[in-house]
Design a protein around this ligand. Structure first.
Ligand code: COA
Length: 175
């Protein structure tokens, strides 16, 4: 089910057909948190999230997505508003709409990471971690800079036996 909200000239929609993946990718690939992210990764992440697109006419000027099971937990990510639209309450409105969404109610926990926009999220009830010692993460800061998936394993020798077999079968074919 898709939903839509209006505020003056702006529309917020969860309709995947109205989300301009190229526009989201263009912003994220230059962002401090997802620099270099490939377009296909952005497309896949959008397909598997509940996305909120902020539209001015049909132009996508802001975005947020929630990674969620729609029952207990939500991770809020990739929140942005284009530079020329900032400072007029649009991100605050996006956050209010996200938190009022009927499929995102009654969660035990919401989580997000931010470098400097804490004030924005405090408005909708986020606070610093009460028990940071209970949180763990697997973080791969260079995830989008590794061009060939599995290249790390190959370098460490994990894939070498396969390579050797391939070479041997190649030699047999030639013999
Ligand atoms: C953060 C961002 C989404 C805010 O968008 P916005 O539409 O200008 O936000 P609002 O006008 O609704 O302002 C909301 C609050 O956010 C805070 N805020 C806005 N821009 C901020 C920024 N660049 N840095 C820190 N705090 C900011 C302000 O405290 C503001 O509260 P106030 O109105 O009480 O002063 C926007 O600046 C942005 O896209 N920044 C670049 C991407 C980014 O950092 N995203 C957040 C990743 S966690």
């Amino acid at each position: 089910m898709t939903s839509e909200w209006r505020r003056g000239e702006f529309t917020l929609t969860t309709d995947p057909a109205r989300i301009d993946v190229d526009a989201v990718h263009a912003f994220l690939t230059r962002s401090y948190w997802a620099e270099g992210i490939p377009r296909d990764v952005v497309a896949r992440s959008l397909e598997n999230s509940l996305c909120f697109a902020l539209l001015h006419g049909e132009r996508l000027v802001g975005f947020a997505r929630v990674i969620t099971d729609r029952a207990t937990f939500g991770y809020l990510g990739d929140v942005y508003v284009l530079d020329e639209y900032r400072g007029r309450g649009l991100a605050t409105w996006m956050m209010e709409v996200v938190h009022a969404h009927p499929e995102l109610q009654g969660f035990r926990r919401w989580v997000l990471l931010t470098r400097d926009a804490h004030a924005l999220y405090r408005k909708t009830g986020f606070s610093a971690l009460a028990a940071p010692d209970r949180y763990m993460e697997r973080h791969t800061p260079n995830a989008y800079k590794t061009k060939t998936p599995g290249a790390g394993k190959a370098r460490r020798g994990i894939l070498r036996p396969l390579d050797r077999d391939q070479r041997m079968s190649g030699a047999r074919t030639m013999a």
